[in-house]
Write a protein that binds this ligand. Structure first.
Ligand code: FAD
Length: 399
């Protein structure tokens, strides 16, 4: 395998760099690089900028508005955007529900939803997990009772990421309580403005409002909003999870954090009075995580290449999820180690973009502490890492 970019690929990289230079505002770049809180408008604004350029959905087939790039181009694009400090596009519409609609949706669903996901008009969230049904997702209880041409939905979803902003939620619901648990589930697309839906915030360890509970009280959903067949939702749910797990590796962002870690280590003191970057034991740990990240990057390229040949991601998706999340956590831990006692005070207010109050340590400190708390989630969400190991064991090792 030749790891050098071809002249065409280098020209593409320059084109991406020029685009980001011209289109990403310094304010937004500083927010992302400085670890500040991003608003709904920040996410949507950047999504629309990419949309106008035709670059918002590199994972989509060209017929629906994808870019038609090679695996290497997609890799270059993701890496350049993450390195420059562009906000990540959100996965729920573009990389989760859209592939499901493309593969299993009705012509009317494709025609209505896909252009609106592409343009950023619809913000989506994911209604899979419930209290007591996370790893054991198939035990979910949210009930959808068929009444003529509509379903009446009752129940509760939880951990719904950014559901407070969402226009639509894709939900797994139980349509046949009598059947074996995987066989009684359907996949519904629900308008968040429908009467009977209540969104309640859950505040995370870092003090941020990132996840929610979503309650359904006699929510009426047209049968036309069901994807695919009734009671076959588990098949579509699993298809979606494969796509979710590949995106979770966040390699571009981890590379940016690695760079940031090295920069911080050139400023923070070591115990011998020198700089941390010269401390051999610290350098060892940085080198180790860098090697792991490089290995993950190559695996990711292989998965993207397979995806382009229309192979749905298999157990490799679990591998990417496990290694990607572990690397994100290791980097956030090394940042804490680098900060030393400056990591102890957590100044939540300093995550506000406009904060100019006093700081207990260097200005890069508070976002890193918040990030450390926030990264605890990575080994839990998208199917916990223990569950991913079970999948690998079953699918690769055969037991
Ligand atoms: C920040 C965050 C955002 C999230 N966003 C969303 C979202 O937008 N939409 C959504 O639907 N869900 C979301 N989730 C939910 C997420 O998918 C679940 O938290 C996850 O699947 C784990 O389920 P659980 O929390 O119920 O834990 P449990 O399933 O109760 O697991 C508890 C522990 O037991 C372990 N365990 C469970 N079963 C096994 C087993 N068979 N073998 C070995 N170990 C096992 C788990 O690994 C875990 O360590 C989010 C979660 C978090 C933390």
């Amino acid at each position: 395998m030749d790891f050098n970019f071809t002249p065409e690929e280098l020209a593409f990289r320059d084109e991406v760099r020029a685009f980001v230079d011209a289109e990403l505002s310094p304010e937004l770049r500083d927010k992302v690089l400085g670890g500040k809180r991003l608003s709904k408008d920040d996410f949507i604004g950047w999504h629309k900028t990419l949309y106008r350029k035709g670059w918002v959905a590199p994972n989509w087939p060209v017929e629906y508005g994808g870019t038609g790039w090679t695996a290497v181009q997609r890799h270059i694009f993701e890496e350049e955007l993450a390195d420059a400090g562009a906000p990540a596009t959100l996965p729920f519409g573009l990389r989760m529900v859209a592939p499901v609609i493309m593969a299993f949706g009705s012509p009317a669903q494709k025609e209505y939803f896909l252009p609106r996901i592409l343009s950023g008009e619809h913000w989506w969230c994911q209604g899979y997990s419930e209290p007591g049904s996370g790893s054991d997702l198939a035990s979910l209880k949210t009930r959808a009772e068929r009444q003529g041409e509509k379903y009446v939905v009752n129940g509760q979803k939880t951990w719904t990421t950014l559901g407070q902003h969402a226009d639509w939620i894709f939900c797994l619901v139980r349509t046949n309580p009598e059947a074996r648990k995987q066989e009684g589930i359907s996949f519904l697309l629900i308008d968040m403005k429908t009467p009977g839906i209540t969104v309640r915030p859950i505040i995370m360890l870092d003090g941020e409002h990132e996840v929610n509970e979503v309650w359904f009280d006699n929510v009426e959903v047209p049968v036309d909003n069901r994807v695919g067949e009734e009671n076959k939702g588990w098949t579509y749910a699993k298809f979606l999870l494969g796509h979710e797990r590949t995106g979770i590796a966040e390699i571009g962002r981890s590379k940016r954090w690695l760079k940031q870690l090295k920069q911080i280590a050139t400023q923070q003191p070591a115990s011998d009075g020198g700089k941390l970057i010269d401390d051999l034991r610290f350098r060892d740990r940085v080198a180790q995580v860098e090697i792991e990240l490089m290995a993950l990057e190559v695996t990711n390229l292989r998965v993207i290449a397979a995806e382009m040949e229309h192979k749905a991601p298999g157990p490799e998706a679990s591998l990417l999820k496990i290694r990607g999340s572990e690397i994100q956590q290791t980097l956030s831990e090394l940042m804490m180690l680098a900060l030393g006692h400056d990591a102890l005070p957590f100044q939540h207010a300093a995550l506000d973009p406009g904060y100019d109050g006093p700081l207990a340590g260097p200005d890069y400190g508070p976002p890193l502490t918040g990030q450390y708390f926030n990264m605890r989630k990575t080994t839990i969400y998208g199917g916990s890492n223990e569950i991913q190991k079970n999948i690998i064991s079953k699918m690769i090792l055969g037991f």
